[in-house]
Design a protein around this ligand. Structure first.
Ligand code: GYE
Length: 304
């Protein structure tokens, strides 16, 4: 895969904290905003020497990147884990090498003894908020839904699916089809084209696990001669600027935020961990939903 590492060099006696950051890749607008926030927070002015790796959403490449951080003897490792499973061995290796690990954004299924802290988002609650809107909007009306899932095995794909399912329990919403679109616009479009070929105008509702896939799907829906937001209603998660604009334009019906600008808190936690100060194991940023009308009021000052 396309794994890339810009070598910041290991602990060099310059007083900086050397941090290896294993990012997922660059799949979405959310991810770009998160990477920028992390780069700003882990700057030299703030006392860090950042070794950045983006694994192109290949779990094996991401584990190799973490192993290479261990070999470089960095002071701390930050991971945005692509998938939840498969982390036990490498986390154990980091622990044995005495290198603390902090998770940002997504989490892992490993025992929480194997990392110091997780600074992230409550993906299950995001799914519940999206599902509550669907339940209120469609309720007892028989409704055919298609789902664009995030990266298979990722915490946000797993938890957004579970939260949504819980919230629509007992409604007349049924799932016609559900497939991964890998959190990308391109795959959101391709998979939606497939759904439209198979089910045509039977589709009433699209739940996309992120805005980028919803935006790709909008292209497919328009190309099929249907009106997004009307013929097919759309609910998605993230609230990146392009998503919020589509919400204001009436092409998306409801968006739940997922706040990506969490670098400063991650950096604070890493500094504390390296200094030996106690930190909270889990810290969540609060998310909230937006209607079309609410989005119109905030779009001008939107941060990401
Ligand atoms: O929703 C998606 C991104 O892990 C919360 O990953 C993150 C998700 C986000 O690519 O757009």
């Amino acid at each position: 895969a396309n794994a890339s590492t810009d070598d910041g060099g290991a602990s060099s006696g310059d007083g900086l904290i050397t941090v290896g950051f294993a990012q997922t890749g660059s799949e979405s607008g959310w991810r770009s905003a998160n990477t920028e926030s992390m780069r700003e927070a882990f700057s030299e002015e703030n006392g860090f020497d950042l070794v950045f790796n983006a694994a192109d959403n290949d779990p094996a490449a991401q584990i190799s990147a973490v192993r290479s951080f261990i070999n470089q003897e960095v002071d701390a490792i930050v991971i945005a884990p692509i998938v939840e499973d498969g982390w036990d061995d490498v986390l154990q290796e980091a622990q044995e090498a005495g290198i603390p690990v902090v998770l940002e954004d997504r989490t892992v299924s490993s025992s929480d003894d194997l990392y110091e802290a997780w600074v992230g988002l409550d993906f299950r609650h995001e799914g519940v908020m999206a599902g509550e809107w669907a339940a209120e909007t469609f309720g007892d009306t028989p409704t055919n839904m298609v789902v664009l899932e995030g990266t298979t095995g990722s915490a946000p794909a797993n938890d957004r699916a579970a939260g949504f399912a819980e919230a629509i329990e007992g409604t007349a919403i049924t799932v016609l089809d559900s497939q991964t679109g890998n959190f990308t616009r391109a795959d959101g479009k391709t998979v939606m084209e497939g759904f439209l070929q198979k089910h045509g105008s039977d589709i009433d509702l699209l739940y996309a696990h992120n805005d980028d896939m919803a935006l790709g799907a909008i292209d497919a829906i328009e190309a099929a001669g249907l009106v997004p937001g009307e013929d097919i209603q759309i609910v998605s998660i993230d609230a990146v600027r392009d998503g919020m604009q589509a919400l204001v334009d009436g092409k998306i019906n409801y968006i739940v935020t997922c706040f990506p600008l969490i670098g400063d808190l991650v950096a604070e936690v890493v500094a504390d961990v390296v200094a030996g100060n106690p930190v909270e194991k889990v810290q969540f940023f609060e998310d909230r939903p937006y209607t079309q009308e609410e989005a119109a009021e905030v779009i001008d000052e939107w941060q990401y």
